[in-house]
Structures are given as structure tokens and as C-alpha cells.
Write a protein that binds this ligand. Structure first.
Ligand code: CS2
Length: 491
């Protein structure tokens, strides 16, 4: 079957929306690090709409920091891919044209640095996942023992990490007398702007303190809240699209109708008319970020572990389960009480919208996808809310069960006896702890001693450890549904 490309665009059925601008005249104003599915469904979609609105500056050069997969999907297609928006009967397909070039950073590190140092580059966006910033989740310091970080700290000739690439690219810009960049982290990390800035400054300072001062004084690292549910594309998605389009797209992305981007009003130079594109620009992103991390992502992780343990493969199945659905409401009650929502964000409306989004069966969002990298996600999604509640003397039954479910997930076997891979930077460590503690009570206590996940103040506070251990024992003995039902019956 013929492949999607600029030459085959005119063969697509009429209902497919194509780039409504001349792709040959667009420039590359954005370098994106970590060009996975999320970028292509979220920021690239916004830049595509900026191009369609007549501003040709915002084409994207995407870099993969690891594998050549996305380059191999998109380069033969001239950067084009389909964005399939699905919810119930709703099915819309749009061809996104914003991506002009894809580089595989380990193959051509200097080309990525050169792109960052190009005069027409003004924005850098990043989706490198929580662990891509190479910062210790507990202390926030650069992990200097990481071999790739160590390599970037000793030489930036061929950077390996996102902070290393940024430091090298900014060094070249400064040497060439070019202007600064606005660096926008689009990962689900609290204070993501400050985190990426700290990581870049730590690398830059090691090489040249003047460079670090220049970056600190001129570049902007706005904080952001980003939201769109983007499940991994399956071979089935690609087959279905090919049958519908008559053209094969190796880069298809599926997503939901909802999309939101809130960016702190802090820019170092030119930017698109974000407001005109539906992006919210505000002086205070924190309250949006906390609400999203603790309500959407907190519930996602809880549903992934509890549902996954009960043998449910998809988020919509967990959302449709009466016991888990009541549990999620209890979790939201606990989390919502820790939030300080901005004016205009009504938490009960937000919760209702989340319920509907989770129920979107057409997305087929896998619980195992969300379960990944839990050790990096727990602190901002569940533990931050628990700290606030304990400070206020409030109970944490639902949060405790969600944390316990992550701990139980580390066993690598669900309640149906099916084995799963624990995909997490701490997997080897949790596997060792699990193997050495056959007794559930001891095992829970051992997992709570993981300093990279649980801050000391929680690990040593019986108001936290007692409910978590109790929930863990209940989960181990009676299963996820019974443990969730117990929490649901408490109020
Ligand atoms: C999910 C997020 O995989 C996960 O951990 O919770 O990717 C979630 O879908 C997005 O943050 C939604 O904006």
C-alpha cells in the first residue's frame, strides 16, 4: 500500500483535513526534544494551527534522544502524520504538517546542537519524561553518578542528555552572538520550568560559569501545565486508518478531543500568538498544575495499578467498574481538599469532565502504559497531596491505597496470575526488596524505605506508614476490588 507523504496527500478522502498552508515556505522556529506521541498530539498540533493561521515561523524540528523509531516513521513521509481524534462515535482525522525534520540525537548530536543554535530557532519544547531531566526526585539535584550526565559534565562535544544538549546549544548561540531561547518543559513534573532550568544551569556552570550566568539572565524557562490523553498507537490503529484512508501512515497518533496548555507568561523572545490558538498564558501556573497532577494523573496512576492488578487492561474498563469508580471519587475528595484552584477552575466541573474523559472507550488507553515509571510519578501525583493532608491532620485512606497499589504492582504478577514487566528506573531495586521479604507487612515496610520515592518525613510518620501498610496487607490478602470497596465504604 502506498505511504502517506506530500505526494500522496491528494489521494486522501475528503473528510481528512490537510495542512491549510504552503509547507514549502515555513521556517523552523521550534526545536522539540523527545518527539514521541505526546508531542505530536499536543504541542505540534498547536504549532500546526499557528502555521495555518498564517504565521510561518513555527515549524518544528524534532529530536529523538534515544531510538530511531519516530525518524523512520516520519522522514519517509516528509514529516506528515495523521492525528486521529476519537470519542464515542466522533472520529476526526487531520494531517499535521508542522514537523519539518526529525533527527536521532545519538546519531547526529552536533546537528541537534546546530538546530538549537540556529538564528530562526526561538522556542525549545521538551517531552523527555520525568526521568529525562536527570534530577534526583527527592533532592532535585542533578544525578552526577548517571554515566550520561557524567559524560556531559566532562565534555559537551557530543551531548547525551537533554540538559547537555540545551547547555551546548545555548553555548553556541552565545558564542555566535545570537539571542536567548525560551525553553518550555512539557512533562508532568511539578515546577517543570524551574526543574529544566536547574538541570541546564548545573551542566552549563560546570563548563563555563559565564555561560550559566548568561543563560540565567537572558533565557526563559516558563512553568507549564499540559494536558491531553495520548495512548500508544497500536498496529490495529494503523491498519484501521489504512483501511479508511487507502494510504499507510506509519506515524499515526490517536488522541481525545480535549486539549489544554497553560504557560507561564515568561518568554525570552518571539512566540506564536498562543492566546489566539487557545493556549492560556498566565502569571501563576502552579494551581493549574497541582489540580491536574493530583486529580487527573493521581487518579490515572491509582486506576492503572488497582485496575491492572485486578486484570483490567484499559482505563475505560476501570472507570466503568462501580467499585473502582466510587474509589476514584474518594481519592478525588482527598486530593481536592489539598488544592487551591485558580478562579475559573471549578473542581466539581473538572472532576465530571475527567470522568467522561476516562470513560472514552475509543481510546483504548492501556493501564500498563500508565503504570510505567511509577517511582518518578508517585511524588507529585499522590505523595504531595498526602503531605498536605497530614499537615492538616486529615486522613489519607484513598491516597494510602493508591500508594500501596503501586507497591503491590512491584511484585510483577497481577491477581489473575498474569506476569507483567515492572517498567521503572527503580525496578531492579524494588524486585530485590520484594524477593527478600516474603511477608507482606515486612515487604510494605521495606518498600517504604525507598528514599528516592518516599521523603523521610513521610517514611517516618506513622500517620502515613500505618495506613499504607494496612492497605498493602489488605490488597495482598483480599485483592484490589475488595481493598477499593473498603475505602469506598469509609465515608
Ligand atoms: C498518564 C499521562 O501515562 C501517564 O502517566 O497519566 O500521560 C496522562 O495521560 C497525561 O498527563 C494527560 O494529560
Amino acid at each position: 500500500m502506498i505511504r502517506l507523504s506530500p505526494e500522496t496527500l491528494d489521494r486522501l478522502p475528503a473528510e481528512v483535513t490537510r495542512p491549510a498552508y504552503d509547507r514549502t515556505t515555513i521556517r523552523t522556529g521550534v526545536v522539540h526534544l523527545g518527539i514521541g506521541a505526546f508531542h505530536r498530539a499536543h504541542q505540534a498540533d498547536v504549532f500546526d494551527r499557528a502555521l495555518a493561521a498564517g504565521d510561518p515561523r513555527w515549524g518544528v524540528l524534532g529530536a529523538s534522544l534515544r531510538s530511531p523509531g519516530v525518524r523512520d516513521q516520519l522522514v519517509p513521509q516528509g514529516g506528515l502524520y495523521s492525528l486521529v481524534v476519537r470519542d464515542g462515535e466522533r472520529l476526526e482525522t487531520r494531517i499535521v504538517g508542522a514537523v519539518r525534520q526529525v533527527l536521532v540525537a545519538p546519531e547526529r548530536p552536533s546537528a541537534v546542537v546546530a538546530a538549537l543554535a540556529a538564528p530562526e530557532t526561538h522556542l525549545v519544547t521538551l517531552t523527555v519524561t520525568e526521568k529525562g531531566y536527570r534530577l534526583d526526585p527527592a533532592s532535585g539535584a542533578l544525578i552526577e553518578s548517571d554515566p550520561e550526565v557524567a559524560a556531559d559534565l566532562s565534555s559537551l562535544a557530543a551531548p547525551r542528555t537533554a540538559p547537555g544538549f540545551l547547555a551546548a546549544g545555548l553555548a553556541q548561540r552565545r558564542a555566535r552572538g545570537l539571542g536567548p531561547l525560551t525553553v518550555i518543559s512539557c512533562d508532568n513534573l511539578p515546577h517543570n520550568g524551574a526543574r529544566v532550568r536547574d538541570a541546564v544551569l548545573a551542566v552549563a556552570r560546570r563548563h563555563d560559569p559565564d555561560l550559566a550566568d548568561w543563560i540565567e539572565g537572558t533565557c526563559a524557562f516558563p512553568q507549564t501545565m499540559i494536558d491531553r490523553i495520548v495512548p500508544a498507537t497500536t498496529p490495529q490503529d494503523r491498519r484501521e486508518l489504512a483501511a479508511r484512508l487507502g494510504v499507510d501512515d506509519h506515524g499515526v497518533i490517536k488522541t481525545e478531543p480535549f486539549t489544554q496548555w497553560v504557560i507561564e507568561d515568561r518568554f525570552a523572545g518571539p512566540r506564536p500568538d498562543f492566546e489566539g490558538l487557545g493556549v492560556q498564558i498566565t502569571s501563576a501556573v502552579g494551581p493549574y498544575e497541582d489540580a491536574k497532577l493530583r486529580l487527573l494523573n493521581g487518579a490515572h496512576s491509582a486506576m492503572a495499578y488497582l485496575g491492572g492488578l485486578a486484570g483490567l487492561g484499559f482505563v475505560h474498563q476501570v472507570a466503568a467498574d462501580p467499585v473502582f469508580s466510587v474509589f476514584v471519587e474518594r481519592l478525588w475528595d482527598e486530593a481536592a481538599a489539598t488544592l487551591d484552584p485558580p478562579a475559573g477552575l471549578d473542581l466539581s466541573v473538572y472532576r465530571r469532565a475527567l470522568k467522561a474523559r476516562f470513560a472514552n472507550a475509543a481510546l483504548e488507553h492501556r493501564t500498563h502504559q500508565i503504570a510505567m515509571d511509577g517511582s518518578q510519578k508517585l511524588p507529585q501525583r499522590l505523595l504531595a497531596g498526602a503531605v498536605t493532608r497530614l499537615d492538616r491532620g486529615l486522613p489519607i485512606a484513598a491516597l494510602a491505597l493508591a500508594v500501596a497499589a503501586w507497591m503491590r504492582w512491584q511484585d510483577g504478577v497481577d491477581e489473575t496470575g498474569a506476569a507483567h514487566v515492572v517498567d521503572d528506573p527503580l525496578a531492579a531495586e524494588t524486585a530485590r526488596l520484594v524477593a527478600h521479604t516474603p511477608d507482606p507487612l515486612e515487604r510494605a515496610a521495606a518498600l517504604l524505605s525507598l528514599e528516592a520515592v518516599f521523603p523521610r518525613r513521610l517514611a517516618t510518620d506513622p500517620r502515613f506508614t500505618v495506613p499504607v501498610i494496612a492497605a498493602y496487607v489488605r490488597l495482598s490478602q483480599s485483592g484490589a476490588r475488595a481493598a477499593a470497596s473498603f475505602v469506598g465504604s469509609l465515608s
